[in-house]
Design a protein around this ligand. Structure first.
Ligand SMILES: Cc1cc2nc3c(=O)[nH]c(=O)nc-3n(C[C@H](O)[C@H](O)[C@H](O)COP(=O)(O)O)c2cc1C
Length: 357
C-alpha cells in the first residue's frame, strides 16, 4: 500500500500537540505512515511522487518555529514536491492564523510542484466553533466532526488521480481592459503557446466580466442559495448565471486572469467567486482545476495567489495543480512582454495546463 508522508513540524508547546495527535490518530489509523518532524528530517527526505499530509499545530501566537524553518527550505528547493499530492491539517489555539498559515504552506509547496486536492484544508480553531455546521450535519460533537473531516481528507489525498480527457475545456475569466491590460497581454501569449502545442485539442471559452454589471453575492439564507444553485441560478441573473455558470459546469479547467488591484483580485472577479457559492452547493467541482495569471504593478502577487487558493481551492474544492499560477510584475502598459524569459514562462504555464487539465 502506498505510504502516507506526514510533515508535522514539532511544536514547542507540547500541550498543543495533544489535540493534533488525536486528530491524526483518527485520520490515519491503519495506514503506513512516514513522519517528518524536524527541518533536518525534511532536508534528508525525498518528497517527490508522494502522498503528503502537512499537519501543523499552532500556539496562541500562531507561530510554529519549526514550520518556518521548513518553509524556508521548501521555498528554496526547486521542484521539491514534483509528482506529489497533498492536504493539510492546521490545529490552532485561538480563532486566528489557522487559515493564513495553511495558505502560506499550500502556496509555497504548490510553487515547488505539489498538487493539492480540492478542499485540502482541515482546520481546528481554538474553540472548534468552526465545526458548528459540520457537527450538526453529522449529528455529532465538534471534536468528532474534526476527526471525521481529517479522515475524509486523508482518504481524498490517498485516492486522488488526475483524469485526462482527449479534448479538454478551459474556461478563461477576466475583467480587464483589452486595450491596455498587461494581464490580458500575457494571456494572449499563453493562448498562442497552447495553440501551437495542441491546437483545438483544448477548447477555450473566454468570458469578460468587465461590462456585465456583475453584482456581488447578496447573502441569501443557506436553503435559498441551495435552491437557486440546484437550478443553476442565483438571486441575481446576468452574465454570471447566463454564461459563467454553464461555462463552469462544462469546463475541466478554470483560468482566472488577475491583475493585482490593491493586493487582491479585482471586484468583478471577487463577485464571481462569491456567487460561485450557489452553484457549488449542488455541484461537485473536485475534478476541475484552477489556474491563474497574476500581474502586479509593484508587488504582492503571492497575496493574490493565496486569495485564489482559499477562495477556489480551499472553499470551492477545485484541484490546485502544480505551480497553478504564472505570477509576474509589470506596470507600464505592454511592459509585461519585456520581462526577461517571459516567452518561456508563458510556455511553461501552457504546458502545465496541457499536462494537468
Ligand atoms: C485600481 C488599481 C489598483 C492597483 N493596485 C495595485 C497594488 O496594490 N499592487 C500592485 O503591485 N499593483 C497594483 N496595481 C497595478 C496593476 O497591478 C498593474 O497595472 C499590472 O500591470 C496589472 O494590471 P493590468 O493587467 O490592468 O495592466 C493597481 C492598478 C489598479 C488600476
Amino acid at each position: 500500500m502506498e505510504q502516507l508522508t506526514i510533515i508535522r513540524p514539532a511544536c514547542r508547546e507540547k500541550r498543543k500537540e495533544k489535540r493534533l495527535s488525536t486528530i491524526l490518530e483518527g485520520s490515519t489509523s491503519g495506514l503506513s505512515c512516514e513522519v517528518i518532524n524536524t527541518i533536518e528530517e525534511l532536508e534528508q527526505a525525498d518528497l517527490r511522487n508522494k502522498r503528503i499530509l502537512f499537519a501543523v499545530s499552532l500556539g496562541v501566537s500562531g507561530i510554529n518555529l519549526e514550520l518556518y524553518a521548513m518553509l524556508k527550505k521548501i521555498r528554496t528547493t526547486e521542484d521539491m514536491f514534483e509528482g506529489s499530492v497533498a492536504g493539510i491539517i492546521v490545529d490552532g489555539d485561538s480563532e486566528l492564523y489557522t487559515k493564513s498559515t495553511a495558505r502560506d504552506v499550500v502556496f509555497s509547496a504548490n510553487l515547488q510542484g505539489c498538487t493539492f486536492v480540492g478542499r485540502p484544508l482541515v482546520e481546528g480553531t481554538g474553540s472548534l466553533e468552526n465545526y458548528n455546521i459540520i457537527a450538526r450535519n453529522l449529528a455529532t460533537d465538534h471534536l468528532n466532526a474534526y476527526i471525521q473531516s481529517g479522515h475524509q481528507l486523508v482518504k481524498r489525498v490517498k485516492e486522488y488521480r488526475y483524469t485526462k480527457k482527449d479534448r479538454a475545456r478551459l474556461l478563461v475569466l477576466h475583467a480587464s481592459n483589452v486595450a491596455h491590460s498587461n494581464t490580458l497581454l500575457l494571456w494572449s501569449l499563453v493562448r498562442k503557446k497552447l495553440w501551437e502545442a495542441v491546437g483545438p485539442l483544448i477548447e477555450i471559452e473566454e468570458i469578460s466580466l468587465l461590462n456585465g454589471e456583475v453584482y456581488d453575492c447578496i447573502g441569501c439564507p443557506y436553503e435559498t442559495c441551495r435552491h437557486f444553485g440546484e437550478n443553476q441560478k442565483c438571486f441575481y441573473g446576468g452574465v454570471i448565471v447566463d454564461r459563467v455558470y454553464p461555462g463552469i459546469l462544462k469546463c475541466d479547467g478554470l483560468l482566472m486572469l488577475c491583475p493585482n488591484y490593491n493586493d487582491a483580485i479585482g471586484a468583478n472577479l471577487a463577485a464571481f467567486v462569491n456567487r460561485l457559492t450557489a452553484l457549488f452547493r449542488s455541484n461537485d467541482f473536485s475534478d476541475k482545476r484552477i489556474f491563474s495569471i497574476i500581474v502586479s504593478g509593484y508587488s504582492g502577487g503571492d497575496i493574490v495567489a493565496q486569495q485564489l487558493i482559499s477562495g477556489i481551492n480551499m472553499n470551492k474544492a477545485f484541484v490546485l495543480p502544480p505551480k497553478f499560477a504564472l505570477i509576474e510584475t509589470a506596470n507600464n502598459p505592454k511592459s509585461v512582454l519585456k520581462i526577461p524569459g517571459i516567452e518561456e514562462h508563458a510556455g511553461d504555464l501552457a504546458n502545465r495546463i496541457i499536462q494537468y487539465i
